[in-house]
Design a protein around this ligand. Structure first.
Ligand SMILES: Nc1ncnc2c1ncn2[C@@H]1O[C@H](COP(=O)(O)OP(=O)(O)OP(=O)(O)O)[C@@H](O)[C@H]1O
Ligand SMILES: [Mg+2]
Length: 254
């Protein structure tokens, strides 16, 4: 059975898409079978792999209009369940479905083809994000070590707790991943030491963190992960380091 991981933060621009793309590519390099799911109408993950406005996509799948296999596209040796720019129209219809929070879990329950399934969430806690938490075993919260980064974190934790109690007993916070980290700034270090004093969260910080790296920003313009675009870069090193820590803590045995 696949490990299903939701990458979630209701704040925009916190590195969700970058993490799904490059954690996925790192797991692929480690010889795991990977599915990436784009649940965001911005379609940044799909575009980052040069999948533009596909006919078959996650919205069609969740509404039962397209069989699972037919909705997948291949990119860099991974399978991708892409999104489209009018996904909001689908979300509107999904909101009228009975059991609307369970649609993703239902479709993923039918596949046994993957080791890891990574879900890229939109920057909101609407029905699609809740679907990802209902389907997932773990969730990862990427955030920048910057002022106000923690505002909103409580809300994500509270919502996840409700999902766990009401809909998905298996759900666990895998951890908080710091991205765009600048080791030299005192500020970044202060934020991390601050969180390390919080009793609940101190065990929930990944040791690995992702440094600021222009290659992570440039790679999507070429339709690539950082492992294809700049395999010797800091970004590739950091995401591989993170993938190894993730597999060690929560992963599947091969
Ligand atoms: N470690 C990094 N170094 C440099 N740039 C980064 C890094 N991580 C992410 N970025 C850049 O920061 C921006 C936001 O990242 P990303 O798109 O992954 O965030 P997001 O949480 O998915 O955003 P949204 O909420 O809009 O979906 C992008 O331009 C991305 O290329
Ligand atoms: Mg995104």
């Amino acid at each position: 059975m696949a490990k299903i991981i939701s990458v979630i933060n209701n704040k925009g621009g916190t590195g969700k898409t970058t993490t799904v793309l490059n954690l996925g590519a790192a797991l692929k390099q480690l010889k795991y079978k990977v599915l990436l799911i784009d649940l965001d109408g911005q379609s940044n993950l799909s575009r980052a792999l040069h999948i533009n406005e596909p006919k078959n996509h996650v919205g069609e799948l969740l509404l039962g209009k397209c069989p699972f296999e037919a909705c997948l596209t291949e990119a860099e040796g991974m399978d991708v369940l892409p999104s489209v720019s009018n996904l909001l129209d689908y979300e509107y219809l999904i909101n009228n479905e009975p059991g609307r929070e369970f649609l993703l879990r239902e479709v993923l329950g039918k596949t046994n083809s993957f080791d890891y399934i990574l879900i890229d969430c939109p920057p909101s806690m609407g029905t699609l994000s809740i679907n990802s938490l209902v389907a997932a075993h773990h969730y990862i919260v990427p955030m920048q070590a910057e002022n106000f980064a923690f505002i909103g974190l409580d809300r994500i934790l509270q919502i996840a707790e409700k999902v766990k109690t009401r809909m998905n007993m298996d759900l666990e916070l895998a951890g908080i991943l710091f991205v765009k980290y600048q080791t030299r700034t005192k500020f970044g270090q202060a934020v991390i030491s601050n969180i390390a004093q919080n009793n609940y969260l101190k065990n929930k910080l990944f040791n690995a963190y992702i440094r600021q790296d222009i290659n992570l920003m440039e790679a999507p313009a070429f339709g690539q992960s950082v492992f294809e675009y700049a395999p010797a870069s800091r970004g590739a090193f950091d995401y591989m380091n993170f993938a190894k820590e993730f597999v060690k803590r929560y992963g599947k045995k091969k």
